[in-house]
Design a binder for this molecule. Structure first.
Ligand SMILES: Cc1cc2nc3c(=O)[nH]c(=O)nc-3n(C[C@H](O)[C@H](O)[C@H](O)COP(=O)(O)OP(=O)(O)OC[C@H]3O[C@@H](n4cnc5c(N)ncnc54)[C@H](O)[C@@H]3O)c2cc1C
Length: 664
């Protein structure tokens, strides 16, 4: 185990032990007699001694697994001077890890994967801990948007926090594990824009190729699902009764309980998650761990790529420059460079390489290689973050209780991977709906209601993660800290507002300027308010009222000029607690030849520069009605096939081999 790894494991062990000590003293006389009774799930009594011994056993087992886990990741190597590879992939995130894994299926392709971050570890894969990962300078790029007067008004400095993963697996290690593909019409729209090969029927095979669905009812649906791909998709093993009530509320409102990754997206469902055995499955874990011994896969971690090297004679990408251990390296690519550094990272590297808006690059003093609209078309999904309902029963997840080691939850997680720690950051269920045609359950959704069996008041993690200012907090949600509650994040699925990313200077270590322009389009404002109204309708159902649910009607400072509960008030509230749902995309847009807004063609090749592709969330032309991890994995899968095809290698026709394997 490396020193950095050891630090995490020791930190984890100390964290749990310290909690043990604290809670034993503080709650010595109030030890819970009926564990899980707070979740209405029976009379599950367990004596303290049994919990402590499970905990001790669980910690020992966790440490052992942590050691094995570290060894399962491909090892770090450092390329020699002037080292040459066939393909260089930049960024081992949701797309990059997939691409490196798939390309190295061809034994004669020598692939270098460069990642700015460190190794992943087991603590990062505990679903309920997800908010806390964002506090680490080690694994989070910690971007922040430029200050704004029209959104994120309740955040410190009026800036929104934009976490991104800086670790093997990228943002698939920081994300909430919600697995969604989007609607058929999202991808048919990509094709309609001129992106040949990207219609739903053409990308469905990649959604299936990646998937190992573990949800019993869905395993049999072979048209829509696959049980043999690398990416495990399961329900969390635990639900609060509030999440079940949310599904009942959906039925009460006339919606179906739906496999939203199946034939119809509209409806209510528990979240499907990229988890296996109660633990996160990142793309590194799914795609790179199993192939760590491939002799043609080379992984260099802690390697910050600063530019693509382009031969000025024929405008061909010939390699990349990067920094590792305070040294500068240049490595060469015989065939291609693939940028998978994410919506911010890929845009930054392209511009630093002279590929970007001519005027902007001139302002920064970067010689132009290709005038291209890099950094434009920035999209994101946002939600109103302040919708909270209080309940009368102890049915929700309260961080302080869950992390109390004399209660059974930590022990249950460590020994069996069961219980509330398997719930990703409190997210439990969701609904896709179209607020304009609520009775048409086949329509293209425009709003998602993301249900949490917890709220801003349940735990300080979410509040800090989003950067809500102390002043705002103390005048609003402080009064409901640690009270039982649930929340809905009404999320805008098809935003029309567009933002941009600009370089701050020529230094790769300077975070770029991020200007998302949230809610600059009036239609986005209208639908955000409609989403809040839909959340109110859920609150009023008898399913939710059985817990005494009522909306916490806090009045926001700064919105007093509006009548409470008017549309104007909710617009003001959404501009105050504007939550990114972290689906930053679009800054190297895919589009057909002749589209002035496009940076890459439908084979993801950069216009005007040979041997250079971009494959990650930045190529998304219009954001799908989905959380973006699964769509980006699909992009990685498809890109790998396109590279293989373009260099004359066979693609696998995995459907045929899966069928014949099943036939035996
Ligand atoms: C906090 C959070 C929660 C989210 N929740 C969900 C969710 O529940 N469900 C969902 O579907 N989506 C979710 N998302 C979004 C989803 O995870 C992303 O859309 C997806 O991971 C993006 O993949 P990517 O390949 O484009 O970028 P990333 O996965 O971010 O990968 C980019 C990689 O490139 C590396 N890199 C960047 N710059 C450089 C450089 N200069 N040199 C070398 N390496 C570099 C980065 O370190 C990173 O590893 C969430 C994202 C975040 C941050």
């Amino acid at each position: 185990m490396q020193a950095a790894e050891l630090k995490y494991v020791i930190f984890g062990a100390l964290f749990i032990t310290t909690l043990c000590a604290q809670f034993r003293i503080a709650e010595g006389q109030a030890l819970p007699k009926r564990i899980y009774a707070g979740f209405n799930s029976g009379e599950n009594y367990r004596p303290l001694l049994s919990t402590i011994s499970s905990l001790t056993f669980g910690i020992a087992e966790f440490l052992r697994e942590g050691r094995n886990y570290h060894q399962a990741e491909p090892p770090d190597m450092t390329p020699g001077p002037d080292a040459e590879y066939d393909v260089i992939v930049v960024g081992a995130g949701s797309a990059g890890a997939v691409i490196a894994s798939r390309l190295t299926e061809i034994p004669e392709l020598k692939v270098l994967l460069l990642e700015a971050g460190r190794s992943e570890n087991l603590i990062m894969d505990i679903p309920l801990m997800v908010n806390y990962l964002q506090f680490s300078n080690d694994v989070n790029w910690k971007y922040r948007t430029e200050p704004s007067d029209s959104y994120c008004l309740g955040m410190t400095d009026r800036r929104c926090n934009w976490p991104r993963g800086k670790v093997m697996g990228g943002s698939s290690v920081l994300n909430y594990m919600i697995a969604t593909r989007g609607d058929k019409r999202d991808y048919d729209r990509w094709a309609e824009l001129g992106n040949v090969g990207w219609s739903y029927d053409e990308v469905l095979r990649y959604f299936k190729k990646m998937e190992n669905i573990g949800i019993p009812g869905l395993r049999v649906d072979e048209k829509m699902h696959n049980t043999e791909g690398p990416m495990a998709i399961n329900y969390p093993t635990f639900h609060t009764p509030l999440a079940t009530a949310f599904l009942q509320a959906g039925e009460e409102l006339g919606f179906d309980i739906q496999d939203y990754n199946g034939r119809t997206e509209t409806g209510f469902s528990y979240i499907q998650t990229t988890t296996a055995n109660g633990s996160r499955v990142s793309t590194s874990r799914a795609y790179l761990h199993p192939v760590k011994t491939r002799r043609n896969l080379f992984v260099s971690k802690n390697s910050l790529v600063s530019k693509v090297l382009v031969d000025p004679r024929d405008k061909r990408a010939v390699g990349v420059e990067f920094y590792k251990n305070n040294r500068k390296f240049a490595v060469r690519a015989r065939k291609e460079v693939v940028l998978s550094a994410g919506t911010i990272g890929s845009a930054q590297i392209l511009m630093l390489s002279g590929i970007g808006p001519a005027e902007h690059l001139a302002d920064i003093g970067i010689p132009l290689v290709k005038d291209a609209p890099v950094g434009k078309n920035l999209m994101d999904h946002i939600a109103y973050g302040g919708f909270v309902a209080l309940v009368d029963q102890p049915a929700s997840i309260i961080g302080r209780d869950i992390m109390n080691p004399v209660k059974p939850y930590i022990a249950d997680y460590l020994t069996n991977r069961q219980g509330p720690l398997t719930v990703p950051g409190g997210c439990e269920a969701l609904a896709f709906l179209n607020t304009d045609t609520p009775n048409d359950h086949g329509s293209w959704p425009n709003v998602e209601l993301l249900f949490q069996g917890a709220s801003l008041g349940s735990d300080q993690g979410a509040r800090r993660g989003f950067g809500i200012s102390d002043k705002f907090w103390s005048r609003t949600y402080r009064e409901i800290e640690n009270r039982h509650s649930w929340s809905i994040l009404p999320m805008l699925l098809r935003p029309l507002s567009r933002g941009e990313i600009l370089l701050r200077n020529r230094n790769i270590r300077s975070p770029p300027r991020i200007i998302p322009n949230y809610m600059s389009h009036p239609e986005d404002v209208r639908l955000m308010v409609a989403g809040i109204r839909a959340a109110q309708n859920v609150t009023r159902t008898s399913a939710m009222r059985q817990f005494g649910s009522r909306q916490f009607d806090v009045r926001f400072p700064g919105c007093q000029r509006f009548t409470y509960d008017s549309d104007g008030y909710w617009e003001c509230a959404a501009r105050t607690l504007t939550f990114t749902i972290y689906h930053h995309s679009g800054t190297a847009k895919m589009g057909p030849q002749g589209d002035p807004t496009a940076v890459v063609n439908p084979r993801l090749q950069v216009y005007g520069v040979k041997g250079l592709r971009v494959a990650d969330a930045s190529i998304i032309p219009e954001i799908p009605t989905a959380h973006t991890n699964i769509p980006v994995i699909m992009i990685g899968e498809k890109l790998a096939d396109m590279v293989k095809e373009d260099w004359g290698y066979t693609t696998d026709g995995w459907e045929r081999s899966a069928r014949s394997a099943r036939r035996g």
